[in-house]
Design a protein around this ligand. Structure first.
Ligand SMILES: [Zn+2]
Length: 420
């Protein structure tokens, strides 16, 4: 392998707006702003990690300072473009607010405003994770934004826009960058694998893209690890072993055991997983995802909404028929409610064990509730008590009318709709 191996996320980072996959609204708007010379002094790029916020900021800075721009795109050949790509342009500053929050950084921001650009037409200040700035730094920033010098452009990037003072956000032009769709990530992974002359099967591409969870950078990082492990060919079996991924089968077994009320088998299976060294957080997320998949199939019958391979999709169809929506929703809700406790638990293994047992218990209680209704109906037949004649009305009264779980489900579908 090349001795000067650069990580893929950097090596294959887009250098022009047209190379950015997804985020079309942002790229088109920024290009048009450059072409029409309608530039704001402050931009706010919001979005989850790994969605290309700083990449976009750099392309924008390049295009604005390029000596030979074309259609709002940087040429990537002039001195200014090359310097910005290399991170050495004297007028383009990058600050990571997560690690630079002191008084010097406030001063750097103030200085940015005072002095003219040395080389370029514009001076750029790119602040990543801007919500982490101290109050003093925000105040310094605000002062500048109230009367920005013509040559100064701020690009603020954040994963948590709600934590930025409104006085700042109201002075910014805001762009929302979305997570990448799984197909978009697969496309990029395939391209990178081809460039690196790596053979990779479709299932591996799919698995890596899925693990990226909407963040291209993460997916590329996993691909790099897989390459360094497997060499020139990546196969799904090796990949699973290397990433220590639990087989999907495991989650199907877990829900089957819950359904069967089988505490012994569920604990055996779980301990077996732990002995093999599987990551608990991956397991927790995997189980949540599994229950979500069942619900999606139950309610939409649309397999395409699942981020899974075809074989697994059809497994979900069969598997979901064994459960009522209510059963699955209750289990899912328990996982949601316990997520924080799980994260901060001192003994996650024991926590998870008790959670699995609780899931069994929760599920058997629902079964008992159904049984109870049946028994009541039987009882009704046997008695002549007029008050019990209208048993259906009584059942209606004791069944909760508005279930918070239904609200949670709606939320889930909303998220899904945004993704697609
Ligand atoms: Zn250029």
């Amino acid at each position: 392998m090349n001795s000067e191996f650069k990580v893929s996320a950097r090596e294959f980072r887009p250098q022009k707006f047209s190379e950015v996959i997804s985020q079309e609204f942002a790229t088109r708007t920024l290009r048009n702003a450059i072409k029409n010379n309608k530039i704001a002094h402050a931009y706010l790029f919001c979005g989850p990690r790994g969605t290309g916020k700083t990449t976009l900021a750099r392309i924008f800075a390049k295009a604005m300072n390029c000596t030979n721009p074309l259609e709002g795109e940087p040429c990537n050949k002039c001195e200014s473009c090359i310097e910005i790509t290399a991170g050495g342009h004297p007028d383009v500053f990058e600050l990571d607010a997560a690690s630079n929050r002191g008084i010097d950084d406030v001063r750097a921001i103030q200085d940015a405003a005072k002095f003219y650009p040395i080389k370029g037409k514009f001076k750029f200040f790119i602040i990543d994770e801007v919500h982490m700035l101290t109050i003093q730094a925000f105040n310094a920033l605000l002062k500048i934004l109230e009367e920005p010098p013509a040559y100064l452009i701020f690009i603020l990037a954040t994963t948590n826009p709600e934590k930025i003072p409104q006085t700042i956000t109201s002075r910014c032009q805001r762009f929302l960058l979305s997570r990448f769709k799984i197909d978009e990530i697969i496309l990029k992974l395939r391209e990178v694998a081809k460039e690196r002359k790596i053979k990779i099967d479709e299932e591996s591409l799919f698995e890596i893209a899925r693990l990226g969870d909407g963040a291209l950078r993460d997916a590329l990082g996993i691909l790099d690890m897989a390459i360094s492990f497997s060499g020139t060919g990546i196969k799904i079996d090796e990949l699973k072993e290397f990433l220590n991924l639990p087989d999907k089968e495991i989650y199907f077994n877990i829900t089957t055991y819950i359904k069967e009320n089988n505490a012994i088998e569920i604990l055996n299976l779980f301990n077996d997983l732990m002995n093999k060294g599987f990551d608990l957080q991956t397991f927790y997320t995997g189980l949540t995802e599994h229950l979500r998949n069942i619900i999606i199939i139950q309610n939409t019958q649309n397999e395409d909404l699942l981020n899974e391979t075809d074989v697994i999709k059809s497994n979900y169809k069969k598997h979901s028929e064994q459960f009522s929506s209510e059963e699955v929703l209750r289990l899912l809700n328990l996982l949601f409610e316990s997520e924080q406790k799980f994260k901060f638990s001192f003994n996650q293994k024991v926590f998870m064990e008790s959670l699995l047992l609780e899931m069994i218990k929760l599920n058997s209680e629902i079964v008992n509730f159904d049984k109870l209704i049946e028994e009541l109906k039987e009882f009704k037949k046997k008695t002549l008590n007029p008050e019990l004649n209208n048993i259906d009305e009584i059942i209606k009264k004791i069944t909760p009318q508005k279930d918070p779980l239904i609200e949670k489900l709606k939320e889930l579908f909303d998220i899904e709709e945004h993704r697609n």
